[in-house]
Design a protein around this ligand. Structure first.
Ligand code: ADP
Ligand code: ASP
Ligand code: MG
Length: 290
C-alpha cells in the first residue's frame, strides 16, 4: 500500500480537487492507497476565528457559518453531477448543523476551550475528506472513508496532542488485517485524532503531513507522498527567497533539521515515523504532477 497526502492548497479549489482525483485515479490502478487530505486552504483558520467570535459573544458568528457552509456546498455543486449532489449536500448540511450547535454552546458560555477548538477545527478535514470521497464515488472509483479519529489515538493535550503510537498502530493494523478491508482506495481526514475518552484531538497546525506518516508507518507503506504546491523541498521558502533551488534528494536527518528550522513544507514530526520504518518520502506538486 502507499500513502498520498494532499495539503490545503491541493484541495483548496474544485480545479485543484479535480487534479487530485486524476492523480489518485491513475495511482490506485497499480497500488492500493490511503489518501490523507487536509481541510480546504484557509478553513482551519476560519474555524478558529469562528470559535473565537462566538466566545466573544459576537452575534456575527452565524454569518460566518453561512459563508463557511457556502464554500463547501459550492465545492459539492462544482464537483458532483446533479444526480449525486443531493446526498452530498445533505451530508454537508448535517455537519454544518453540528458546527452550529457547538457554536451556540460556545456563544452561551462565552468560552472556547482547547478541547472545543479541536472539535471545531476537525470539521475542516471531515468536510474536505467527505466531499472528496463523494467526488470519487461520482467518478465510479470504489473508495472507503476512514475515520482518523478512530484510527489515530493520542493523549488529551488538545491542539497539539501526542501520539499514542502503540494504540494507533494496533488499531490501524487490526483494521487492515480484516479481509473485508482490502479496498483499492481509502480516504482519510488528516490532522484529527481522538483521546482515550473519545474526545477529538488535533496533531498541531500543519499536522496532516504527520497523519500521512502515521498511517504509512503503521501499514509499512511502500511510499509516503506529500502532495503540495511546490515541486519538492527547496533550499529556502520560495515565497521569501527568489532564487531558492529544488533539492533533488535529501537525507531524513537533514530534512528533519530543515523542517525544525522552519521549512513549512513539511511538519517536523512527520519525518521520524517514516525514517524509522525506512519508507521513502516524496514531496510532489499537485499542479505539476509530472
Ligand atoms: P500544504 O497546504 O500542501 O500542506 P504548506 O503551505 O503547508 O502546504 O507548505 C507548502 C509551502 O511551504 C510552499 O508553498 C512554500 O512556500 C513553503 N516552504 C517553506 N519552506 C520551504 C522549503 N524549504 N521548500 C519548499 N517549500 C517551502
Ligand atoms: N488543516 C490543518 C491546518 O491548517 C492541518 C493541515 O493542513 O495540515 O493546520
Ligand atoms: Mg502543510
Amino acid at each position: 500500500m502507499q500513502v498520498l497526502k494532499f495539503g490545503g492548497s491541493s484541495v483548496g479549489t474544485t480545479t485543484a480537487i479535480s487534479k487530485v482525483i486524476a492523480i489518485v485515479k491513475a495511482r490506485v490502478q497499480t497500488t492500493p492507497s490511503i489518501v490523507v487530505v487536509s481541510a480546504m486552504s484557509g478553513v482551519t483558520d476560519q474555524l478558529i476565528l469562528l470559535g473565537q467570535t462566538a466566545a466573544q459573544g459576537n452575534a456575527a458568528y452565524p454569518t460566518m457559518i453561512q459563508s463557511f457552509a457556502q464554500k463547501h456546498e459550492d465545492a459539492v455543486l462544482a464537483l458532483l453531477p446533479t444526480a449525486q449532489q443531493a446526498s452530498a449536500l445533505s451530508m454537508v448540511k448535517g455537519l454544518i448543523q453540528e458546527i452550529e450547535s457547538h457554536c451556540a454552546i460556545i456563544f452561551k458560555e462565552k468560552e472556547l476551550t482547547l478541547r472545543m477548538q479541536d472539535c471545531l477545527m476537525s470539521y475542516g478535514e471531515i468536510l474536505s475528506s467527505k466531499i472528496i470521497a463523494a467526488a470519487f464515488d461520482a467518478e465510479g472509483v470504489d473508495q472507503v472513508w476512514l475515520d482518523s479519529r478512530w484510527m489515530i489515538k493520542t493523549n488529551s493535550a488538545y491542539s497539539n496532542a501526542v501520539l499514542d503510537k502503540a494504540l494507533t498502530n494496533q488499531s490501524i493494523q487490526q483494521y487492515f488485517a480484516n479481509p473485508s478491508n482490502q479496498h483499492a482506495l481509502y480516504i482519510a481526514p488528516g490532522f484529527i485524532a481522538s483521546d482515550a475518552a473519545g474526545h477529538t484531538t488535533t496533531l498541531g497546525r500543519g499536522g496532516s503531513d504527520y497523519s500521512g506518516a502515521i498511517y504509512a508507518a503503521a501499514i509499512n507503506a511502500s511510499v509516503l507522498e506529500i502532495w503540495t504546491d511546490v515541486s519538492g523541498m527547496m533550499t529556502a521558502d520560495p515565497r521569501i527567497v527568489n532564487n531558492a533551488k529544488e533539492i533533488p534528494r535529501i537525507s531524513y536527518h537533514e530534512a528533519m533539521e530543515l523542517s525544525h528550522f522552519g521549512a513549512k513544507i513539511i511538519y517536523p514530526p512527520t519525518i521520524l515515523p517514516v525514517m524509522q520504518a525506512n519508507i521513502p518520502l516524496w514531496i510532489k506538486n499537485t499542479f505539476e504532477p509530472e
